[in-house]
Design a protein around this ligand. Structure first.
Ligand SMILES: O=P(O)(O)OC[C@H]1O[C@H](OP(=O)(O)OP(=O)(O)O)[C@H](O)[C@@H]1O
Ligand code: HPA
Ligand SMILES: [Mg+2]
Length: 179
């Protein structure tokens, strides 16, 4: 275990197994549609999760990326800025938003509203992690990988100031790293 990690919360094997389950659920939910959903992944944290999840979705899905930023270090700054918009038109498309974590919920709320305003037929959310104790806005993901306690986590896409994203598991960051 890397020495900045206090303890591992979710192992690589648990993530793979859960992505398989989520992929099957999602495939089942959208299988009657004429057109498969467009997965919209939020850069950068959701990239490892998107990569694992799409292996398990048995539909002709497409994916695209948006980049919004809301965190500096371990602090949510409240204001969600759009740094990169979508390339593909989402008018009348069913969207599945792919997130690494729902924490305060501000990012999800803002992006969901934005996609609806652009004319999406429907927006659902799949999140690898959910930290419900930290929520400040009323929003929930439709598909959740793991519910975790109120601790700052890194790995499998999640960073602390752009570090530790590439750990293959999700772990609690030692407080001495950021205090
Ligand atoms: O529920 P919230 O409190 O809004 O927090 C969740 C969001 O914050 C992080 O993004 P960040 O801005 O750190 O971008 P990143 O994915 O590039 O790390 C994370 O990846 C989520 O998108
Ligand atoms: O616990 C977290 N870790 C990394 N990034 C985050 N963005 C929101 N919560 C977290
Ligand atoms: Mg981040």
């Amino acid at each position: 275990m890397q020495n900045v990690i206090e303890r591992v919360l979710v192992t690589r094997e648990e993530i793979e197994k859960r992505c398989d389950e989520l992929g099957k659920e999602i495939s089942e939910a959208y299988k009657q549609d004429k057109e498969a959903p467009l997965l919209v992944a939020l850069l950068k944290g959701s990239v490892p999760f998107l990569s694992e999840l799409i292996k398990h979705i048995d539909l002709d899905i497409q994916f695209d990326f948006m980049n919004v930023s809301s965190y500096q270090g371990t602090q949510s700054v409240g204001d969600v800025k759009i740094l990169k918009d979508l390339d593909i038109s989402i008018k009348d498309r069913r969207i599945l938003l792919v997130e690494d974590i729902v924490d305060t919920g501000r990012t999800l709320k803002k992006v969901t509203q934005l996609l609806m305003n652009k004319g999406a037929a429907d927006v659902k959310v799949v999140a690898l992690l959910d930290k419900p104790e930290r929520r400040v806005v009323d929003i929930e993901a439709d598909y959740i990988g793991f519910t975790i306690p109120d601790e700052f986590v890194v790995g499998f896409g999640l960073d602390y100031n752009e570090h530790y994203r590439c750990f293959p598991y999700v772990g609690v960051l030692k407080k001495e790293v950021y205090k």
